[in-house]
Design a protein around this ligand. Structure first.
Ligand SMILES: *[C@@H]1O[C@H](CO)[C@@H](O)[C@H](O)[C@H]1NC(C)=O
Ligand SMILES: *[C@@H]1O[C@H](CO)[C@@H](O)[C@H](O)[C@H]1NC(C)=O
Length: 330
C-alpha cells in the first residue's frame, strides 16, 4: 500500500505517466494529460463509495447461497429475497435490518460474509463494512456510556461517508440493552437524522437466541421421519417468536426493536447434520488448496460431537471448527 501511495503522489504531483497500468485513450493523454490519468488511477486503486466498488450482484448472491451454504434452505431463501428486494429498491423507507438466529456454526457469520462479498468489491475487507463483536468491542459494563456515544458517532460518521454502509453486530445476545437502544434511531423510518439519511444502510444482527427452539423444530421433523427440506419458514417463525418474546434473559429482546418492527426479517438457521458437516469439510479442503478427499472428511466428521446423545442427529459445533480440525487429519 505504501508503495502505491508514493506512486499515486508522483502521478498527481509530477505528472508521471504509467501507461501499462490502465489503458487510456490517446486523446485523453494529449488533452488533459497526466493529472487526469492520475485521478483515474487513484479512483481505480482506492476504494470509494461508487458503483466501481459498491455494486450489488443478485446472481452472485443466489449462486453463493446455492453452492456454498449447506443445509440452510430456509435462511437462504429469506436472505436472497430480503437483500435483493432492498438493494433493487430505489427508494427504501428504512435501512435493511436482518436478525440471524441459530446454533453456533450454522453459517450466520458466513452468510453475512456472502452478502458483503456480493455488494462490496472488497467484501468484508471493504471500509464500508463494519463488524462489531459484543465481547471484543464493548467488553466493560462500566464503559457503557462511552460505548454508546462512540457507536453512534461511528455509525453517523460512516454513513455520512457512504450511505451504502453495512454494520454487522455479532453476539447480539451479549450486547448491553442500552447499547442496542442507542442504535435504534438509525434503524427507524426517518427521512433523515440531523441531515444524514440511513435508508440505504444495512444492519445485520447475529445471535444464538432462539437456537434451541429451532433445534426442537428440526428434531421433531426428524423424529416424524419428515424431510428436513419440508421445514418451512412459518414452522420456525413460531418457535423463534416464542423464544424471542418469552426469554427474559436475553438483553436484546428487552428493547423495543421488536415492538417497533425495526427488524425486517428474522432469519432462522437450522442445526447441521452429519452430511452437511461433510459438505463443509469437502469445500474447506478445496479452499485450502487440497484435492477433496471424502475419506479424510468422513474421518474428521465422525470424530465430532453430535446431539441429542442417543440419536446423534445434529453437529454440536456445526461447521465452525472444521477449518482447524481438518489440518489435524491432513
Ligand atoms: C456476479 O456473480 C456471478 C456469479 O458468481 C459472476 O459470474 C458474475 O461475473 C458477477 N457479476 C459481476 C458484475 O461481478
Ligand atoms: C467508522 O467505523 C469505524 C469502526 O468500524 C471507526 O473506527 C471509524 O472511526 C468510523 N469512521 C467515522 C468517520 O466515524
Amino acid at each position: 500500500m505504501k508503495t502505491w501511495e508514493t506512486v499515486m503522489h508522483l502521478l498527481l504531483v509530477c505528472g508521471v505517466i504509467v501507461e501499462a497500468i490502465e489503458p487510456v485513450s490517446t486523446s485523453l493523454l494529449v488533452g488533459t494529460g497526466a493529472a487526469v490519468l492520475g485521478r483515474k488511477l487513484y479512483r481505480y486503486m482506492y476504494e470509494s463509495c461508487d458503483e466501481n466498488w459498491v455494486n450489488f450482484n443478485a446472481t452472485g448472491l443466489k449462486y453463493d447461497l446455492d453452492t456454498k451454504l449447506f443445509g440452510q434452505h430456509v435462511a437462504a431463501q429469506v436472505i436472497l429475497k430480503a437483500v435483493t428486494g432492498f438493494m433493487t429498491n430505489q427508494n427504501p423507507k428504512k435501512p435493511l435490518v436482518l436478525s440471524l438466529h441459530g446454533w453456533t456454526g450454522t453459517g450466520k457469520n458466513f452468510v453475512s460474509q456472502l452478502i458483503a462479498e456480493n455488494i462490496y468489491e472488497k467484501g468484508m475487507k471493504s471500509s464500508f463494512v463494519h463488524l462489531f463483536t459484543a465481547t471484543a468491542h464493548f467488553p466493560h459494563q462500566s464503559h457503557i456510556n462511552t460505548y454508546k456515544t462512540q457507536l453512534q458517532d461511528w455509525i453517523r460518521g460512516n454513513v455520512s461517508i457512504c450511505a451504502r454502509s453495512m454494520f454487522i453486530f455479532d453476539e447480539m445476545d451479549k450486547m448491553h440493552p442500552g447499547l442496542i437502544d442507542s442504535i435504534k434511531p438509525f434503524l427507524d423510518f426517518y427521512d433523515n437524522l440531523n441531515g444524514v439519511s440511513y435508508r440505504q444502510a444495512i444492519f445485520i444482527f447475529l445471535s444464538n437466541a432462539g437456537g434451541e427452539n429451532i433445534v426442537q423444530v428440526a428434531l421433531d421433523f426428524w423424529k416424524k421421519g419428515n424431510e428436513r427440506e419440508e421445514i418451512k419458514l412459518k414452522d420456525l417463525e413460531m418457535a423463534l417468536s416464542l423464544s424471542v418474546f418469552n426469554n427474559k434473559n436475553s438483553g436484546f429482546w428487552h428493547t423495543c426493536l421488536i415492538d417497533k418492527n425495526l427488524v425486517d426479517f428474522f432469519v432462522p438457521f437450522l442445526p447441521l447434520e452429519y452430511k452437511h458437516v461433510v459438505h463443509c469439510g469437502l469445500a474447506e479442503m478445496v479452499s485450502k488448496g487440497h484435492k477433496a478427499d471424502a475419506d479424510v472428511v468422513h474421518m474428521m466428521a465422525q470424530d465430532l460431537n453430535y446431539f441429542p446423545k442417543e440419536e446423534r442427529v445434529f453437529s454440536m459445533q456445526g461447521c465452525k471448527v472444521i477449518s482447524s480440525r481438518l489440518d489435524f487429519y491432513l
